[in-house]
Design a protein. Structure first.
Lengths: 371, 325, 325, 371
């Protein structure tokens, strides 16, 4: 079993390299568009939060190649256990912006009915499992879903996304261990963006890489240049092939960098050496891919302008629609706790309605998220 | 009708469920070749093989986490936790994930699954093989928490739990596993997860319990009867959601209430029963609401029999409440 | 006397404790250079260095497990859990180890340590940054569970907790972190972990609460006063062990009781308060015991303000109970 | 960092090999005596349980070299987080048998006051931390204690004992990860006895060895012939040296075999291939060491007889004393929950005394442990 400790790279820092087999110009364009879309979506998201229009936002700036490269290798039937930082995948898969903004506004159109903070999406139609806040929990679940696919005889891969911090969680250990023993078709995608909020990767583990942790579970570990969309695609494709061939799980570490704050509530200046940031800014994954595309004659300024205009237009329209959608009904506090609402909850809902009838609407005293 | 112990009834339910539906799978420590440390899963491995009856690495976090993933995928997993005392490494998956999945996904994703585990004392297991921790789960909206007290109920409740759309914590009173045989219907049947059972009717004192304490309460009720006190014994069967209406109805008739649990007293489920009645039916009460419980200490080894509430302790509470003027 | 927010008071207590005793150390996620996501540990890293102020890997299991080891070795660790909702990966270390160490070792080994964590709603954090889970800990013998409601208490209770021989779960109502400034004594002082605080005296209804709900209850008491109802407000400060005597004394005077918590109702700590009174002082009760609480659902995001009990909901319960005949 | 995957062996299966430096004949004798003592203690323990005189017993038969070899490398100031299967270490360290049997009877002389099942010892005087039943919990605690020693500037090692099953626990992952990052003086002793009750090691993990898991935490991992007392001693000594030199933690895997049932409640026939058992019986660690000692002229039959008589005599005496010691007082149910007994518990104790005054002693209806 190969335990790659060297970094898998395809496009060099100068933008030179050979595209993976099986991808054509349309693919390159789709990949680039999704990466750019993500960058613009993130900029807009941070702005919306700063303007007090949404309560919270998690950007993925700097990690676009790491996410789109892998997402491009997924099969349609694959099951996805995403993290709160991987909305790029939804953008790639064509989830409408309206659905995404409805979630972020927690409004009446929101699939999760205003119950979760922004970025905690669920898209069952693309096998995108509901995102959780607690770190790591989706990792063992993914191992279980992959086992279920084996049991049912379904040919597909299950993808679990998490960060460098997530590797320290209980569920990382359990999930990879179970998947290893079961040889389940699971792909563990670790985005090493150097930070778990303010905790740097070297305080997360003394392991020489996160990929090396695969040894402990008897599976291959791959260390990939996470700012190189082709390298990520290629590693992911190989892992998926292995999964579908019955060769079991893979751990992939995408070495990348969180080029913004942890979330709209964080300020990296308090803990991040500026030189580190600057050195990674030079490795911007979008610029790198752009260079490659330009060299191939695919990227032009005109195309870029067109894309940007198109995307910004889509965003503006969806933001407006989401913002003007009303809040969810108060019933939504009580539904979906159980398949059927039990008496106790019916009584509590009645009590609440009674209170509102008597005292009027309940005042929203606000509260701002610190993290 | 066949006569079975609770263990046999549970094993029967398991076989029936797995025959009926290929999506039912089970996983846990030592549940395969060994058939479980109590034998609850005996025969399953031989009949259904290692893809449906899975011995796992030693991780309750992994057992419950992967079971959640299986449920999300569309299976109906039944996860065994060898002793309830060992469930805590997987507690996060229960309270943060399994319980909240339907809610937090707006109903898109659900966890129809069972986590079953032997609970309570009775085997001289010291404090890590004896605790009754239903209250932790009963304070967790989204879960169903079920505890049978008879072989017949055990089978019907387990089947109902496995085929229920909600996640269920199924707590098996290990003291009752081999407590004696009783009639158990053949084949598939369900016992409702929403209805308490009136184990015996009476007019003087309502006695509410669940799980392992029910037979103890029956004995206490016999002793009370000898003293002329008619006990109405209610076996809750489920502590979340629970059948408060049946309890309140009974208290309206008797005016007196004792609640008995094996768990430590403070913030146990008996407190919930008491508080609900004190809120909804206080005007019918003619006496203090008695609580019988384990002490507010960890569970001891040598003095287990002194720790666990026995029929006399229940009887004393019933007499006290019955005699109150 | 200086005026401080609760956050400032907690930070002050931290500095004093770490200066006073070199055995006091602290560990958690983002508590070092960042000073904590709320700023509770601000300045500690610069002053005491990375051997005493430790940023940790992302593992609550590891944070609490290693803190238990440090306490066993003789340090007085203060472990921060970033949000109470994330404590569950370390729940096993709390309920199986920290709480039971003294008991199970016959007193040979002890865990004098604090696990502190922001608790409750108020920051629009959805259901994973808002839960009030004190009841899980209150059902765990061996723990102390403390929840301050004022800056002065926060400081004195945190100091008492750090220098206490028992393990303490110290829950900080994050909604009150910056709720306003109040007088806080300078220097070292302790507030007793065993005594409730009578926040206001009154003769008509006893209102019991703790943590974040106390200021809400004060507002409700003001509104009640306008309607001629005198509320005696008791702030429990500790929910385990708790000061039942003060509550019972008050109920003997008022004959009426409302208990208010932010947590979901079923099996919450309000049920314990109610059940204790229904057991020990039912003969003084002139009305049902009211409970005000969060609903028995996970904590929502958009409708947080509808979910969380507000002053009107408390007032309604007080009026209902006061008006009962 | 050396990641030894080969097995460290000193005494070959024929009983030939060179003793580690620094050990002399007295040491060899003490080691052998402790191993034999453990074997006899285990046989007696199983008998006592079969006779219904104690409620439960966990034997360590087959693992004597794995335990005594390591224990012999410990320093007096070292802190020990044992497992329920390592009572051999107490025997080596001269803990009186009376103390051990009092615990197993849970009687009035028991240090844990009848609160835990047999084998859950605490011996504060030798820095032996109270044993827990939940698997793994002592591993992260040991990492914390080792960190505390660093903070206090104490020169010692902290030892955490656990089995192959224990490596799957949350605390294994957390404990090794924290110790790796902190470079704490912690020695993680994994006794791979092939079984976690009925689950074989290959269903515990797909990792090619347990020692290999050290890679994931940036620490050395050593794989040791656990039936070779000198190999275990030598590996442990090296690990301790590293710990005291500030070089951080080590994971040691002792490859050995559980030659009996998991506990007095288990029957391995239901899951264990007889050939496997037989092959390991031939590698009995006591016989192997005996052969070596005999070749060196240290072991003689007369000495063996003398030792056995001595040990059996000690055991008989202590058993009798423990068995005739009364049960703990009922107060012990309520003490040590807190440093001081709170009102609530005082009231509950009073209530219990009142019940006994009125109704007489509470009947012991028994109950037998199944595991
Ligand atoms: C169990 C748990 N503990 C703490 C947190 C608070 N928290 C949110 S994100 C985060 C850091 C996560 O870092 P990483 O896994 O590297 O992912 P990234 O944010 O870098 O994508 C922390 C500590 C949490 N959500 N869950
Ligand atoms: C958390 C937890 N889960 C389950 C158990 C039940 N149990 C007791 S011992 C054991 C097997 C332990 O195997 P291993 O770690 O290899 O140690 P060994 O018994 O072989 O020495 C199990 C599953 C437990 N004690 N704790
Ligand atoms: Mg990260
Ligand atoms: Mg083992």
């Amino acid at each position: 079993m190969a335990q790659a400790t060297e970094l898998l790279t395809v496009i060099d820092p100068k933008g030179k390299g050979k595209a993976p087999a099986g991808l054509d110009t349309d693919d390159f364009k789709a990949m680039y568009r999704a990466m750019l879309f993500t960058r613009l979506f993130d900029q807009r998201g941070m702005n919306l939060q700063r303007q007090g229009r949404i309560g919270f936002f998690v950007p993925s700036t700097g990690q676009e190649a790491s996410q789109i490269g892998a997402a491009y290798a997924m099969g349609q039937e694959d099951v996805l256990f995403p993290s709160y930082r991987t909305h790029s995948i939804a953008l790639l898969k064509g989830i409408s912006l309206k659905r995404m903004y409805d979630q972020m506004w927690g409004n009446d159109g929101d699939a999760v009915k205003g119950r979760q903070m922004p970025n905690h999406f669920t898209f069952k139609d693309i096998n995108w499992v509901s995102i959780s806040s607690p770190i790591g929990t989706q990792i063992s679940q993914a191992a279980g879903a992959a086992r279920a696919a084996q049991i049912k005889g379904d040919k597909l891969a299950v993808w679990a996304w998490f960060g460098d911090g997530g590797t320290s969680s209980n569920d990382f250990h359990a999930g990879l261990n179970f998947a290893g023993v079961w040889k389940s078709p699971c792909i563990f995608m670790c985005e090493n963006n150097h930070w778990a909020i303010s905790v740097p990767q070297e305080m997360q583990t003394a392991s020489h890489s996160f990929a090396a942790k695969a040894v402990a579970y008897g599976m291959p570990g791959m260390r990939v240049d996470g700012n190189d969309v082709f390298a990520v695609y290629e590693a992911s494709r190989q892992a998926r092939e292995r999964a579908l061939n019955g060769d079991g799980p893979t751990l992939i570490e995408n070495l990348t960098f969180r080029m913004g704050p942890h979330s709209s509530s964080d300020d990296p200046k308090r803990y991040q050496p500026p030189e580190l940031f600057e050195s990674w800014q030079k490795k911007d994954p979008i610029e790198r891919f752009q260079q490659w595309l330009a060299a191939e004659g695919i990227w032009t300024e005109a195309w870029e302008d067109k894309l940007r205009t198109e995307i910004m237009g889509e965003i503006a329209e969806a933001v407006e629609a989401a913002e003007s959608t009303p809040q969810p009904e108060i019933e939504t506090i009580f539904t979906d706790v159980y398949a059927e609402m039990p008496t106790l909850l019916k009584d509590q809902l009645e009590g609440l309605k009674e209170q509102i009838r008597r005292d009027g609407d309940i005042e929203d005293t606000g509260g701002a998220f610190p993290l | 009708m066949p006569q079975m112990t609770m263990l046999e009834a549970l094993n029967d339910a398991y076989h029936i469920a797995m025959e009926k539906d290929a999506d039912v799978v089970t996983l846990g420590e030592d549940i395969g070749k060994k058939g479980g440390v109590f034998g609850t899963t005996a025969g399953l491995y031989d009949k259904f093989g290692d893809m449906r009856v899975m011995d796992t690495p030693l991780s309750e976090c992994g057992i419950i986490g992967t079971a959640v993933g299986m449920a999300l995928y569309g299976l109906k997993p039944v996860a065994e936790i060898q002793f309830l005392d060992f469930i805590y490494p997987g507690f996060d998956q229960i309270v943060s994930e399994m319980a909240k999945m339907r809610y937090r996904s707006g109903g898109e994703w659900t966890c129809p699954m069972v986590v079953r585990s032997p609970s309570g004392g009775g085997i001289r297991g010291g404090h890590y093989h004896s605790q009754s921790s239903e209250a932790y789960f009963a304070h967790t909206p989204g879960l169903r928490v079920v505890m049978p007290s008879t072989p017949g109920d055990a089978k019907g409740l387990l089947l109902a739990s496995i085929f229920c759309d909600d996640p269920v914590i199924f707590l098996e009173p290990k003291a009752l596993y081999r407590h004696g045989k009783a009639d158990v219907e053949e084949g598939y049947y369900e016992v409702s997860l929403d209805e308490a059972r009136i184990a015996r009717e009476g007019n003087d004192v309502t006695l509410v319990s669940w799980g392992a304490m029910v037979p103890t309460c029956e004995q206490a009720a016999d002793l009370a009867q000898e003293k002329g006190i008619g006990v109405e014994l209610i076996d809750l069967r489920s502590v979340l959601p629970w059948d408060a209406a049946t309890v309140i109805e009974s208290v309206k008739k008797t005016g007196r209430l004792v609640v008995a649990q094996e768990a430590p007293r403070t913030c146990g489920f008996a407190s919930e029963v008491s508080a609900t009645v004190a809120e909804k039916a206080v005007e019918y009460l003619e006496a203090p609401i008695g609580r019988v419980s384990g002490f507010d200490t960890p569970f001891p080894y040598t003095l287990e029999h002194v720790y666990k509430p026995d029929k006399k302790r229940v009887l004393n509470a019933v007499e006290y409440v019955a005699g109150w003027e």
